[in-house]
Design a protein around this ligand. Sequence first.
Ligand SMILES: [Zn+2]
Length: 381
Amino acid sequence: MNTRKIASHYLFTGQRLVRGCVVEVAPDGSILSVERCDDLDSQAGVEFYSGILCPGWVNAHCHLELSYLRGAIAEGTGFAGFAREIGRVRGGYTDSQRVEAARAADAAMWAEGVEAVGDVANDTLIMPVKEQSNIRYHTFFEAFGLTTSADCVGELAAAAAGFRQASVTPHSTYSLQDEPFRRAVHEGGSPLSIHFMESPDEAALYFGRGSLAQWYARMGWECDFLHYGSPAERVAECVAPDRSVMLVHDCCVSRIDAEILLSHFRSPLYWVLCPESNRYISRMRPPVEMLREAGGEICIGTDSLASASTLSMVEQMKQLQGRAPLEELLRWATWNGACALGMQHEIGSVEAGKRPGLVLLESVDMTTMMLTPESSSRRII
Ligand SMILES: [Zn+2]
């Protein structure tokens, strides 16, 4: 059996940055051992890389099926403008264009070192791309639409059960009526992935204000869930406290929202940040410092190529740089994402017995431990 011994300036274990480690890897990618070594130069047969060796990235939020919309929607449309634009441009592509775009985006993620993805889906066209991929996908079939019934949500959950790793989730706290939302959050036991407080309009809706309220009024749609008072209170009242929940975007989460949610949930609450998508759509930034102080676990996602120039996890970390130490950003991009998707026993950290992938993060300033504009990553294992 040809094992490989791999070392670099630093190893990020999934929790911490450590110097002088040799990782021994079996041909199937399993980690055999992780050993400290004070004198790497004297070690025979060790492949040495310049940079930081990390477990494979976990992209906690993506919509791979929208990859064909790369560049189709201008930057800076704002939240309501983006929803309008995506409806307008969606129809003009063939199935094969959509599949090929998804395949290319999947291959680019794999090359960058992405090991697993929490991926939102509205149809099944690109499921074969994900099933054939080396990347592990958890597909969240999204219940969406104010006219969607609870029965429709049940059918969606039954369809999801036909795939290897898939489940149903509500799209958001503003796009489903009460009964279907409750149905979606009670189906199965998989994690939920809910778009949450991406824009101030989501909370304003509960007071009859903002662009969502105006749009719904124009369409003649009434909401039967406004009595909850806010998106945070709706989640806390409808979702069981032991459910694993990912709340995605969080740009407009207030400290009170965070406290309502964190006092409700017994299992960790995952804040999934997609900074490039927020920049692309609205120039907004998530309240990283408040979320770190409030509690819960932060993960990193890319959102889709419809609202991001890249699905690179390193580019997301660059945009979060300075708001938390690099070691913490790396934990968000690996271990926390693996935990959020329930994959922490196999991936997310470099430990004997796991098969997390190994990724080399290059062009890092090793004196300041900061990413540079040139920082990038590539897969070693
Ligand atoms: Zn999304």
